[in-house]
Structure formats: C-alpha cells, structure tokens
Design a binder for this molecule. Structure first.
Ligand code: ZN
Length: 514
C-alpha cells in the first residue's frame, strides 16, 4: 500500500509574509475556499496574535472551511490562547506552536541573561518552554503541531531532545523546518533519518518538513525527506513565502504524480484545480508567476524551438512529461464582451474558481462593463486581474470621487483630485514632473502629509493595445510602509488607485506583535 503524503498549505501564513503580498480578509477566505476544492489536508490560515485582521481572517476561515485549520503561535501563552480563540469553532482545529532551536536563533532571540547565561542554560530554557507551550496548546486542542525553528542548522542531539520532549507533551505532528533554506537534499534526508533513530517516541507523531528556497532547493529537500519518513509537506501555491519563498505545492504534487514509478506515495490533491488556484493567488497577491516557473508558468507547456515543435507534432511525449490539462491548463476560446451580461460573467468566474455574493458580483460587474467599453474582448486573465483589484476589499475610509489629469507637450502636468474622507469631500490640484507625480502631489496636499515613494512599478498584465496595466506602490509615512496595487487600462488611474489602497492600509489597525 502506498503511503499518503499530507499536504499542509501555508500560502495564507508564510506566503502572505512575502514582501508586498497583503491580502484582505475576504481574499483570504476566497483562497481558502479554493484550497478546499484543491483538497489540501491542512490550511495554515494565519498568525492570529499578530494583528486583529489576522485573527479575524483565521476565525472566518475556521468557521467555514472543512479541512484541518492550523493557527500559528509562538511558545507563549498569549499566542496560544489567541490561536485557540480563532480556531475553536473549526471542525478540525490545529494549534501550531514553535520554538527557535538553532544556536543562531537562540542567541539572537534569547540573548539576555533571563534565559540563562551559557548556551547550554539557554538551550535548557528553550526545551522547557517548548514542553510547556505544547502542553498548554494540548489543554485546548488534540491536534497540536510543534516546529523546531531553524532545525536545518540545529545540533542533531539537541534537536532530538526537543522533538522527543514535544511529543511527550502531546505534539501529534513534529515539523523539522529548514527555515533558512540552508541544507542540501542528502543532508536533510540524513537529518530526518537520524531523528527517527534517536527520538524514542517518534512513531507517535507525523514528521513534517517545511523548506525554504534560498538556494533553490526547497522542493528537492522536501522530496528527499519523504524517503526518510516525513509524511507531511508544508508548501505554498506558486512557492511564495518569506524571502526566496517556500516549496511550491504544485511542484511537489506533480513530482510525486509524474514519478510514481520512484515514489510509493500519493496525495489527495485534485491536480486539475492547480492552475485556477495559482492564478487566483497571483491575482490577489499581485505577485506575478515567472514565465518559466515549473507547472504553472506561462511557458511551462510552450514549445518554441522548431525541433521541439516538430517532435511534439509527431508525438506529444517526445518533449512532454505531463499534459497541461492534468493541472487544469486549458486553452479556452471563451471570450466575454460588452453584451455578456451579469449572468455570463458570473458563470465564467465560477468556472475560474471564484464564489461571489451579490455585493461582490455588483463590484466586479461594474469593473467589467467599464473594461469592456474600452476593450472589445475580455479574456480570462483580464477577469482574474480585475478580481484582484477591489472586488474583495473591505469598505474604504478614503474614496476617490473624481480625478482629472491635464497633459500637453508644452504644458505642465496638472492633476485635480476629489477625495471623500468620511462625510467630507476635499478637492485639491497640484502640478508635477509628469502625470503620476502630479496625482501623488495632489494626494499629499489633500492629506497635508508627505509620503516617501519607496517602490513604484507599472506593468502590463494582459495583452493587446487596451491591455490592463497594474501599478504597484509602496509609500512611507511616519516610519511605516504601506503597499498598494491598482489596475486600469490607464496607468495614471492605476497609479492613483494604488496610492489610494496604500492610504487605506494606513487606516487599518497595525500589527501588535509583542
Ligand atoms: Zn517558513
């Protein structure tokens, strides 16, 4: 009998920690619904203690989605309590708590004397904290996962002690993360094998792996660990995550599928939902998938060279080890236009994986009709980009009522902006070196604040003359940075929308991490 590999998706926790990838609560819920369709085993929904919005998102997901919902907590009572409060209504709740175990992390995080003087004393403190936090989590919830942060660089003897202690305290899954993406596949496989030898009670828990991609080895490391007995893989859609990202879910799943001659394992993932999930996550986070990305990149199944095309025409298998349809990439000729109507739009969006209530349908229909006035044919990618615009955003504090920009070869660019703030409407105009800077200056005047533009990018996200342009922006005010993203066929308007999204971020309660 082949062994099942549990797929633990952390797109909404580790993935959301990618720079610039802030998701609204409704976007997270929508992604969670799609992950349920994809049939992942565990969704790590967030880090509840870190902010009220994180807490709320986890709670909403736990209340609706029927797979194991994990909430992250440091080895602190306040974190574990917040994690439990956010998932206590879930059908299948899991508390995921972690301690830092490598000497690098122990010295970095527990440097002061209160945790002990020598490294040996500090290690003892961390061991006790790990035990107590797992036991505390267990007092709420049967399903407890313990992670030894930076296990990849942790001394094997100490790592074995701490894992044994966590299992004794009640951990049912023990995660051995390569937090810094430092290890090599053979080294990581040997580490897992060694732990299985040294940890006496290891059979009482599932071994999990969580690999980062700093050296491009996250997927290779995860697969190598399976042969040593790991049975849970933590991964994200499109491999997004801290720094260089996490192991990519789609690559793990398809590697196990395509090479089932080598691996005697299976996952329960519905591979046909991979492509829709990938596009949804990319649309909501604004993180584009590189064209040459395995499985889900735009070029993953494209054959450009003449020799390859010739071979492909004669026999598909010449150069193709899997077929695009397997992961849900289907060539669609379905195009929407001005006359498609609400019903046609809703039906198409459902096929792309989105669930919409009436308010959301009103919003997307409004965006869609504006777009189809300018662009005769609206493709799937246009729709996905529009979905990432304002459809699932919370109601905003600042609302752009009107914007006019004047340009001329011999005129100074001028922008006039009307902004609704609460019940008040304020209008201002300003000049600038170009139309975008005129718009930003007008915003500054209205708010009587100065912003530093830390990052500003504009790109075309769909094709054709009336392609949708996307503006990504990071502004800084009073030492805090805020991200915004806007979409329009007009790049000046896209930039203004991005500025507005960033402004509205300012009005949200910020992280309260202690
Ligand atoms: Zn991570």
């Amino acid at each position: 009998m082949a062994d099942k590999i549990y797929i633990f998706d952390t797109t909404l926790r580790d993935g959301e920690q990618s720079p610039g990838a802030a998701l609204s609560i409704l976007e997270k819920l929508e992604i969670a619904r799609q992950l349920e369709k994809l049939n992942v085993d565990i969704i790590e929904a967030g880090f509840p203690v870190s902010s009220p919005a994180q807490f709320e998102a986890v709670k909403r997901i736990a209340g609706e989605i029927n797979v194991v919902i994990a909430a992250l907590a440091r080895a602190k009572e306040i974190d574990i309590k917040a994690a439990w409060d956010s998932i206590c209504n879930a059908e299948k709740p899991r508390i995921h708590t972690f301690s830092s175990t490598s000497d690098y992390h122990i010295m970095g995080k527990f440097g002061s004397d209160q945790y002990g003087r020598s490294i040996q004393e500090k290690r003892e403190t961390v061991l006790k904290m790990s035990h107590d936090s797992v036991a505390y989590a267990k007092s709420f919830c049967d399903d407890v996962e313990f992670s030894a942060e930076d296990a990849g660089r942790t001394d094997i003897g100490y790592l074995a002690d701490i894992i044994e202690t966590a299992i004794d305290a009640g951990a049912t899954t023990v995660n051995i993360p390569d937090t810094t993406g430092y290890t090599m596949p053979f080294e990581y496989a040997a580490k897992i094998a060694e732990l299985r030898k040294r940890v006496k009670n290891i059979d009482k828990a599932i071994i999990s792996v969580h690999c980062h991609n700093d050296l491009g080895l996250a997927v290779a490391n995860s697969l190598a660990a399976l042969d040593s007995g790991a049975r849970q893989v933590e991964c994200t859609i499109n491999g997004i995550g801290e720094r260089a990202g996490n192991a990519s879910l789609e690559e793990i799943v398809m590697a196990l599928k395509v090479r089932k001659d080598l691996f005697d394992y299976f996952t329960d993932i519905n591979a046909k939902d991979i492509y829709n999930t990938s596009r949804m996550v990319s649309g909501f986070t604004g993180m584009i998938v590189q064209p040459n990305k395995a499985i889900v990149g735009a070029n993953a199944f494209a054959h450009e060279s003449g020799i390859h095309q010739d071979g492909m025409l004669k026999n598909r298998e010449t150069y193709e080890i899997m077929i695009p349809e397997e992961v849900g990439v289907v060539k669609t000729t379905m195009v929407l236009g001005r006359h498609s109507g609400r019903h046609g739009l809703k039906a198409r969006l459902e096929e792309l994986g989105y669930t919409l209530d009436n308010k959301e349908l009103d919003r997307i229909y409004d965006l869609f009709t504006k777009l189809s006035d300018k662009k005769k044919e609206v493709f799937d990618d246009d729709l996905r980009t529009l979905m990432g615009d304002q459809v699932f955003k919370e109601d905003n504090y600042y609302i752009l009522e009107d914007m006019q920009v004047h340009l001329g070869t011999n005129a100074i660019p001028t922008a006039a902006i009307k902004l609704k703030i609460g019940d008040e409407v304020i209008q201002e105009s300003a000049t600038g070196d170009g139309p975008v800077s005129a718009v930003f200056n007008a915003f500054e005047r209205i708010l009587n604040m100065e912003f530093m533009i830390e990052n500003y990018q504009v790109r075309s996200v769909t094709s054709g003359r009336e392609a949708l342009g996307e503006a990504l922006l990071r502004i800084k005010a009073d030492g805090q940075s805020y991200n915004g993203r806007g979409v329009s066929t007009d790049v000046v308007e896209a930039s203004a929308k991005a500025f507005l999204v960033a402004l509205n971020q300012m009005k949200k309660p910020q992280a309260v991490l202690v």
